[in-house]
Structures are given as C-alpha cells and as structure tokens.
Design a protein around this ligand. Structure first.
Ligand code: ASN
Length: 300
C-alpha cells in the first residue's frame, strides 16, 4: 500500500467511525442538503475568506450551494432532538488560501445538533468522540498507520480551555491560532470567538459568545467549530440586520424562527482536517483523491 492510499483509507475509516459514534449516542442521521434557500453566510468572521456563495436559479427560485447546514439543523432539531449529517460543503475560498495547508473549497463535516443542550454537553460528547477514536484507529487502521510510519495520536481528555480574548492578548491579533497551535501538544478549546448571527451572544458580557472551536496542536489549527444558538426570532432578526445580510436570503428561515425554534447547541467536525491531523499530512487535500484546493484548477 502506498502512503497516499493509506491516507485515503484512514479518512474513510474516520468517516465510518463518526457515523457509528453518532448512531450509538442516539442521534438521527439526516441526508445532506446541497441546495438551500437560506445557507450559512460564513461571516462576519475574521477567519472567513470566501469569494461568493454560488446561486442556482430553479423554477423562479434562487437556491444557494450549501456552505453549512447550520440553519437546516435549527429547523430539524426541534422535532428530532439529536441529529447529525455527513454534510458536504462548498466554500469558494480565495486563492491565497492555497498555502494555509488547511483549506479546501469542497469538504465534508460531521455536523450535529442537540436540542436544549449547552456548551458543556457538546464539549464532553466531543471529548468522548476523540478518546475512542484513537483506540478505534489502532484496531481498524493499524496497517495504514504502519505504512505511514506513525503511531495513532493518543488524545488526552479533557482538553484545555482558552478564550479567543486570552489568546489574542498572548499572541497578537493576526496569527494567534497558528502560534497557540504550535505551542500545544494536545487539542484545545477556544471559547468565545466572534462569529455568525446564529451563535449565541453571552447574555451579560458584551462581545463574548457562547461558542467553541477545537484547535489541533503542532500547527494543525482549527478542526471543529460550534456553539449554543440564538433561537429567538427577535434576536435572530436583529442580528441578521446588524450583520447587514440580504433579508431575501433569510426570510424563509426567519419564518421558521417566528413559529418557534428549540434552543440547541452543536458543532461540525471537519473530516478532512481530522484525517490530515491523524496522518500528520502537509495539506488537507492530501487525504482525498479529488482534492479541491483554492487556487488550483480542478482536473476532473
Ligand atoms: N457546523 C458549524 C456549527 O455547527 C457551522 C459551520 O460550519 N460554519 O456551528
């Protein structure tokens, strides 16, 4: 087996582990949605750099290619309570993102949401996910890891917590994530990151959010993002306006919110980024046959 093949096989095994994990924890699996009326705006987030969200016209409607299923998750979680989707996302990143090692313009996330959950519920679920992943891969992918000459990374949970504010203070505004990632030997949570309108704001601390990213160590950077959600119609409306988003694109989503959302929390685990970390690969595209790297022409 070649190294390239070992990496592709490991990604497949991580995908399979993820599906089994969420089923075992009682989640309902939904099929991915590719075209949506309302999709994740991916901003304002200082870390986002997409050129545009592609639109398709179909029977008089404008439909958008899925950037993430967060808004669909909020609609579905009300009745189904615990859901997950192995969700392909399209994010047309600017070509400069070619050299970050961690951006693809098409990738898959294991995206989940839990009704009435809080931050601690999601963090401990995800720590279980990582704890068992190492032993799963040791058992199921030993041949692949020996081809790569690697031991399976051993996760030590619980992971440390930092806030974005603390890390910016320590490392500066520009590359705090890379620097902090280089300094750590285990993944760590970064709490309170300014993100999109659907992440809940702290009820009493201005400029703080009830959200969390997981950052991989050794320079591998962000691998998960998630949050407790804004779910009240008035607050969602206010934040969509504040972010100056196109109201047409969110009117039907807001209709659902007006009829009532459940409070919820969730996150998305980037599948290729996790496989990149486990295989210690230079680029996140190294784990795919048909890699979609910003700034590189698609072959087929
Ligand atoms: N999946 C993420 C979440 O649940 C959203 C995203 O991918 N932008 O918060």
């Amino acid at each position: 087996m070649k190294k390239e093949e070992a990496k592709i096989r490991i990604l497949g095994k991580i995908f399979r582990y993820s599906v089994d994990f969420f089923h075992k924890k009682g989640f309902v699996q939904l099929m991915p949605v590719i075209l949506g009326k309302s999709v994740d705006p991916l901003g304002p987030d200082p870390g986002s750099s997409i050129e545009k969200i592609p639109e398709v016209e179909y029977q008089g409607d404008v439909l958008r290619l899925m950037t993430s299923m967060i808004l669909h998750k909020q609609v579905a979680v009300k009745d189904l309570k615990k859901i997950f989707i192995m969700s392909p996302n399209i994010r047309l990143e600017r070509p400069e993102r070619k050299s970050t090692g961690q951006h693809l313009f098409e990738f898959t996330q294991a995206d989940f949401e839990i009704a009435e959950a809080k931050t601690d519920d999601v963090l401990s679920l995800l720590e279980d996910y990582y704890k068992d992943l190492s032993s799963y891969l040791e058992k199921e992918a030993s041949e692949e890891f020996s081809v790569l000459g690697l031991d399976v990374f051993g996760f030590k949970v619980p992971f440390k917590h930092y806030t974005t504010h603390e890390l910016i203070e320590k490392y500066g505004d520009d590359d705090w994530e890379e620097k902090a990632s280089m300094d750590e030997e285990q993944p760590f949570w970064v709490l309170s990151h300014k993100r999109e309108f659907y992440d809940k704001e702290h009820p009493s601390k201005d400029g703080h959010y009830l959200n969390y990213d997981l950052v991989y160590p050794l320079g591998f950077c962000e691998g998960i993002s998630g949050a407790e959600r804004e779910h009240e119609y008035e607050r969602l409306l206010m934040r969509i306006k504040r972010d100056k988003l196109d109201m047409d694109a969110y009117s039907q989503y807001l209709e659902f919110a007006r009829k009532g959302f459940s409070s919820s929390a969730g996150a998305g685990i980037g599948m290729e980024r996790l496989a990149r970390f486990m295989t210690m690969s230079e680029h996140v595209g190294d784990v795919s046959v048909f890699k979609r790297v910003p700034g590189i022409a698609v072959e087929i």
